[in-house]
Design a protein around this ligand. Structure first.
Ligand SMILES: Nc1nc2c(ncn2[C@@H]2O[C@H](COP(=O)(O)OP(=O)(O)OP(=O)(O)O)[C@@H](O)[C@H]2O)c(=O)[nH]1
Ligand SMILES: [Mg+2]
Length: 304
């Protein structure tokens, strides 16, 4: 593993919300570790996904979508992006080929102006658009966003174009031994991933603003020898009393549905049966309260 040809580095996956960053990470790893939903701002914190082969270890960092901050949670999310970028050897800038360039892409490009390492621009969701449109967009990116960036066409959802990105990245990453042990898949604990799988179902099953006010805390995570199930107890926090009723639903149906889908995702991840118990509690306006944000795992960044 310590051969001089071995390459290893950290790669930041950046882009506006909903562009497909988390889908891309899962696609590279061929395993789902990052949560995905059709709504913007699903990802709140950074997460490493470690790609390995016999000649390389590439530590990809999924990040929250870059946006104009609107509350203290946003500040936490954007600080997560900043930290990843500071430690990265290269960045992947994902653009949504279907949506075309929007103000938020220019904002991401602005962030990247301070980044002195290689930037690859990935036109994602090419499965959704005709070739002509992709060509047009490539020209626009070159002239308006960043000349000199390598451009790739990918479909994170369908796993298209990922091999080319990996191949090129290896040429730009430093020769150094692995940063993480060979078997590691991520820097997150199973407990943290389980909380995310529950939050994902809230994003997929709840409407309007409710998922944005959801936070999940794992109260108990008891690992067991298979075939015994892992035992997980978690609390879902919401911001308002009215949201608690909606989340629980008539005869508890909504909560059951969230729990059952999250349990299946957790079982896939662990490759083991799981027993999942959920509670719902109200933490009034938690997104505005620094002390509660910290307790929920979203500490407000210190001012530099
Ligand atoms: N058709 C198509 N859909 C995609 C592709 N990549 C991602 N999506 C969809 O786009 C939506 C957003 O995907 P995410 O991976 O959650 O996007 P994200 O950039 O991580 O979003 P945030 O975490 O909110 O910043 C989901 O519905 C995905 O299924 C793609 O290549 N093609
Ligand atoms: Mg995401």
């Amino acid at each position: 593993m310590n051969s001089p040809e071995f390459v290893c580095g950290a790669v930041a996956i950046l882009g506006k919300p909903n562009v497909g960053k988390s889908t891309f990470l899962n696609s590279v790893l061929k395993q789902k570790i990052a949560i995905v939903s059709p709504r913007p701002q699903t990802t709140r914190g950074s997460m490493a996904g470690i790609y390995q082969d016999d000649k390389s270890q590439i530590v990809f960092y999924d990040t929250p979508g870059i946006h104009q901050p609107k509350d203290k949670l946003s500040h936490y999310m954007l600080h997560e992006v900043e930290e990843v970028l500071e430690g990265a050897d290269a960045a992947l800038f994902l653009v949504d080929a279907q949506a075309g360039l929007t103000d938020e892409d220019y904002l991401v490009a602005e962030w990247l102006r301070k980044f002195s390492k290689p930037v690859f621009c990935l036109l994602n969701k090419i499965d959704r658009v005709p070739e002509g449109r992709v060509q047009e967009l490539s020209g626009k990116i070159k002239s308006e966003l960043g000349n000199g960036w390598l451009l790739f066409r990918v479909s994170a959802l369908r796993g298209k174009g990922i091999g080319e990105v990996l191949g090129q990245l290896k040429k730009f990453l430093p020769n150094q031994p692995p940063l993480f042990p060979e078997d590691d898949l991520t820097n997150k604990t199973l407990r943290e991933l389980a909380a995310e799988m529950i939050r994902e179902q809230c994003f997929l099953q709840l409407r309007q603003e409710i998922p944005y006010g959801v936070a999940v805390i794992i109260e108990k995570f008891e690992e067991k020898e298979p075939p015994q199930p892992v035992v997980i107890q978690a609390t879902i926090y919401v911001e308002k009393d009215s949201q608690k009723g909606i989340l629980i639903g008539a005869k508890g149906g909504q909560l059951k549905s969230i729990g059952s889908a999250a349990r299946q995702e957790i079982e896939k991840l662990l490759d083991q049966k799981a027993f999942l118990e959920l509670w719902v509690k109200v933490l009034k306006d938690w997104r505005k309260d620094e002390a509660i944000l910290k307790k929920l795992g979203y500490p407000t960044p210190k001012k530099k």
